[in-house]
Design a binder for this molecule. Sequence first.
Ligand SMILES: NC(=O)c1ccc[n+]([C@@H]2O[C@H](COP(=O)([O-])OP(=O)(O)OC[C@H]3O[C@@H](n4cnc5c(N)ncnc54)[C@H](OP(=O)(O)O)[C@@H]3O)[C@@H](O)[C@H]2O)c1
Length: 256
Amino acid sequence: MSEALVSGVIHAGIVPSDCIFTTDISKDRLDHLERTYQVHIGTDNEEAVKWASIILLAVKPQVLPKVLKTIKKSIKKNHLVISVAAGVPISKIVAGLPLRTAVIRAMPNTPAMVLKGATALAAGENVTEDQLSVAKEIFEASGKVVVVEEKLMDAVTGLSGSGPAYVYVMIEALADGGVRMGLPRNVALTLATQTVLGTAQLALESGEHPGVLKDRVASPGGTTIAGLHELEQGGIRATLMNAVEAATRRSQELGS
Ligand SMILES: NC(=O)c1ccc[n+]([C@@H]2O[C@H](COP(=O)([O-])OP(=O)(O)OC[C@H]3O[C@@H](n4cnc5c(N)ncnc54)[C@H](OP(=O)(O)O)[C@@H]3O)[C@@H](O)[C@H]2O)c1
């Protein structure tokens, strides 16, 4: 996830590579990051914190407490700390850092790797408007950004966090349908994937409600309305809504 964000800000020209210091415990990862992005590298998190003004925490949630312990005494008043650790509340991060540290919690998703991510940000109480704007700029380099209240982060996880998996299932199922009707697998997969990509792009760029766009491609008595009728009989809408609800509830359970 951190590589996606680093790649995003460098390609968007927001942060020059020599203003980025990445740390990792894996030498191979560091070599890869230095080779690919020409960023500064190191294994010492404290050194990185002393060097930087914005700290991005992108370790697994279970590793976060250990990392907070190692950087705590190097965090100064003007630092902005951004965490992408799924499910870890701002209060827990603030509790592991000096009093009044500015902390932003982010929930990105994997399409950030191709600069088409969807990220929700929630700001802690010590975060200024300027700091929130900077965080938005960082994540906008790899996709769209929304700002929400922290209590909505579980719903964000259920929708855009888990969403790529739902869409992969849809792509695979559409391709299976094509294969069932005689298309070669590679042809079916290309058509299904590109249809999902193009449809999402059109919906975003047109700004039209998806229902309006759907009506436009369903002519009376035609092929599309026949397919749509099957989707409705299969309960696709309720199934997708239930999937978001189930993932949100699971995120709530894991965080409690
Ligand atoms: N992937 C997603 O879709 C997604 C979406 C939203 C949020 N997130 C969050 O983003 C965070 C990172 O996820 P990820 O999928 O990118 O995980 P990841 O691939 O495991 O990346 C974490 C990196 O941090 C390194 N690391 C471990 N301990 C460290 C330490 N003490 N100091 C510095 N670096 C250390 C890990 O090295 P080793 O591999 O050698 O342990 C690894 O390279 C997680 O908290 C996750 O919840 C991920």
